[in-house]
Design a binder for this molecule. Sequence first.
Ligand SMILES: NC(=O)c1ccc[n+]([C@@H]2O[C@H](COP(=O)([O-])OP(=O)(O)OC[C@H]3O[C@@H](n4cnc5c(N)ncnc54)[C@H](O)[C@@H]3O)[C@@H](O)[C@H]2O)c1
Length: 383
Amino acid sequence: MKIAIPTEIRQGEQRVSMTPDVAGKLVKAGFTVCVESMAGFNAGYRDEEYKAAGAEIAADTKACWDGADVVLKINKPEKHPDGTDEVDLIPEGAVYVSLLSPMFEPELMQRIAARKCIAFSMDAIPRTSRAQFMDALSSQANIAGYKAVLMAANELPKIMPMLNTAAGTVQPAKVFVLGAGVAGLQAIATARRLGAVVSAFDVRPVVKEQVESLGGRFVELDLGESGEGEGGYAKQLSEEAQQKQRELLGDVAKGMDIIITTAAIPGRQAPRLIEQDAVFEMKKGAVIVDLAAGTGGNVEGSKPDEVVDINGVTIFGPTNLPASMPKDASQMYARNISALLELMVQEGKIDINWEDDILAAAVITKDGEVVHEKTKERLKAAA
Ligand SMILES: NC(=O)c1ccc[n+]([C@@H]2O[C@H](COP(=O)([O-])OP(=O)(O)OC[C@H]3O[C@@H](n4cnc5c(N)ncnc54)[C@H](O)[C@@H]3O)[C@@H](O)[C@H]2O)c1
């Protein structure tokens, strides 16, 4: 059974979906792992390392995808500079796995379905304890939370920890984290390790304890309702509560040196939390990193993959921070995706048990059709 590992072609992408050690385990289990030449180079993994692990190296893209039974990727199918569309490269009947954000691109899912492949999306894997080994959203969000703090600290015109020196005392930086999910909690931990004074807010009150256990202060805001949704995720607040939140957060933002925003509700545009008026009131030199810039932004004025200056406040809107830490991000992703693959294989062959709750939740297309319920709803609404 041939497992193809193509080079990621998204602009700025440095990661690879498979690392030599994980490839070696798949080879030992009897699979043919075919890695496109140089696919791992930017992540720090050379062709020779894959070869030493028993993988084959495909000379070009076509040789990699051709005849594959399984294609493992990170990003959704994209177009090569020469116009070759990755959707057209998916072999009929193959299993295709990557992050697909199906609800944001339902028409692309229809094109993938037309290839008659079984497509799974790594971002549709449920956040259950059994599925945690496969949870690529969490592994990558952890890296994003970490890197967001480094990015902000690097830009900040002051140092992070408190310093007592002969030249006097320097006060620590004040960091505020909005949204204390996976990325937010890692941002809190990273900012604390750098010596900042950290506070955080989330609409799910249950995270208060987690924030405090990392040394952060949980900011209590009375919004008149809780944002606790199902399955450990947030639900959308009423319009009234959202407006109240923006007003209250404006007051908190004024005193901060760094704000990291990570607020998200699955399958929806990011909630707007900080308005431009509030940014105007912040200290000159303050830095905001809006991790939700790719899904509409938590901060008014942030732009995807751009750096914006509003009245002396720098706002970063990175959409793919894990790509900037490609070595570990690839390592974690490779473990996640191979754990998912393991679920689909019995006695060395693809044999999918559709009763399995993880596979049933993560499948997006099969039998030539889009089968993911929420994506189907989006398609119906758009028709
Ligand atoms: N830019 C990047 O490189 C990058 C990488 C990974 C993830 N992300 C993004 O980071 C965000 C967070 O990812 P995650 O995996 O930590 O998600 P998560 O679901 O674990 O956390 C999101 C948190 O936001 C909270 N939240 C929702 N609405 C809120 C509101 N109105 N006010 C305060 N908190 C609110 C939720 O309760 C939850 O705790 C997502 O938008 C994700 O797409 C960005």
